[in-house]
Structures are given as C-alpha cells and as structure tokens.
Ligand binder design. Structure first.
Ligand SMILES: N[C@@H](CCC(=O)N[C@@H](CS)C(=O)NCC(=O)O)C(=O)O
Length: 218
C-alpha cells in the first residue's frame, strides 16, 4: 500500500504545501487526497476521519498516520533515507532542523498578515513592526545559509532539503505581498520558483476556483 498525503486547497494551505513539496521534490511517490478547507461540517468530518487534529496535512502510510507538517517530513526522512531530506553533515542538519522548527513555531505576524493566497493580485500592504521583523529574520536566515552552504548548490543547504520545503510558502508570500528582498534572498527565491515541484504546486493552486472568504481580506 502506498503513501497517501491528505492536503487542503493548494491556493491557501501553506502547511499542506510543505510536506507535499518535500515528497514531490525528492521523488517520493504518494497519492494526493484533497479535502477542501472551511466548507462546513462534511469536509471537516472527512479530515477528522483521517487525523484527530482535524487539520491538514496528514500522511497515511498503511496503518500509520502522521499529522502536522514537520512530523510528516521527519517521518518521510526516516522512511526514505535515500531522499536525503536532511543534510548529511550533522552540524548542517542541526542548522536545517533549527530553522525548520523556527518556521514551524514562529513568524506569527507574517503568517497572520500575509496569508498564502496564490490567486491574490500582487500588491504591497501596510505591515506591523512584528511582521517586518519576521521578514527581516527570514531573509537573514536565507542569507546566512547561502553564505555557509552556497558552494554545494543553489538551495539553503546546497541540495534541496526539508528546510527549503518549510520555507516554500514564504517565497509565495514575499512575491504576492511585493516584499522588498535583499539580493541574496532574491537569488534563492528564483531557485525555488524554478523548482519543478514548486511550479507544479503553484499551477495546481492557480487552477483552483474555490474561494475561502476569510482569507480574502487583504
Ligand atoms: N501545525 C500544523 C498546522 C496545520 C493547519 O493549521 N492546517 C490548516 C490548513 S493550512 C487546517 O487544516 N485548517 C482547517 C481547520 O482548522 O479546520 C502543521 O504544521 O501541519
């Protein structure tokens, strides 16, 4: 039995994008199960039938269910070591895990004020000081990674890794909200937007017609 990844709307679901990209970019085969978000009780029950968290993403591997984006990526990294989802070097791997956890548990202001919405026309908005600080910190993270590991390839740790998957929705946010970007971060964003898996997700999101009103406020 193959892997099933349960995801929400590609246009909006940044947490779904992360494990989806980690799997797709490293060639791990999976079946995608789409459950539209915030449509009402029936779809909520479909999510709850997979995971008690009531949230997507969730990964089903036979009788094992894993929910929460970073836990799914960790599981995939263990289950498919050949995918090299984390850097091989221990210090680089610790660095990659640190920035991935920082993404997973932080950047609330950026997440709240600049929700991922691929359909949204590109336009800058007024941002809080906290969101601006988040944006500066993300660019500092990317720049430092590129300085340290850039010789090994164009991604944060040279080759594509879980850390790139964790930051992928931020690339979309920076583009959609016309955020000012330092040159090192810009080059990294170009690498990500050229990644076939990133483009596949983006095409999928843009092809969706479902609108979630609560995410269409800015
Ligand atoms: N910490 C979770 C967050 C998951 C999450 O908030 N998912 C959202 C979609 S992006 C969701 O399922 N919302 C539906 C709901 O809350 O009813 C993760 O990393 O996977």
């Amino acid at each position: 039995m193959g892997l099933k990844l349960v995801i929400g709307n590609k246009n909006y679901s940044s947490w779904s994008m992360r494990p989806w990209l980690a799997l797709r970019a490293t060639g791990i085969a999976f079946e995608e199960v789409f459950i539209p978000l915030y449509t009402g009780e029936a779809d909520k029950q479909r999510i709850l039938a997979v995971t008690p968290s009531g949230k997507v993403p969730a990964l089903v591997d036979g009788d094992v269910t894993i929910w929460d984006s970073l836990a799914i990526i960790e599981y995939a990294a263990e289950r498919f070591p050949q995918a090299r989802l984390w850097p091989e070097d221990r210090a680089a791997r610790a660095h990659a895990r640190s920035i991935s956890s920082e993404m997973h548990s932080g950047f609330m202001a950026l997440r709240n004020e600049c929700g991922m919405n691929l359909h949204r026309p590109v336009k800058a908005i007024a941002l809080s000081d906290d969101a601006r600080a988040n944006i500066a910190r993300v660019q500092q993270i990317w720049t430092e990674c590129r300085e340290r590991y850039g010789k090994a390839g164009p991604f944060l740790f040279g080759a594509f890794s879980a850390a790139d998957a964790m930051y992928a929705p931020v690339v979309h946010r920076f583009l959609t909200y016309a955020i000012e970007i330092v040159p090192e971060a810009k080059a990294y964003m170009e690498t990500m937007t050229a990644l076939p898996a990133f483009q596949e997700w983006t095409r999928g999101g843009l092809a969706e017609t479902l609108v979630i009103e609560r995410f269409e406020t800015v």
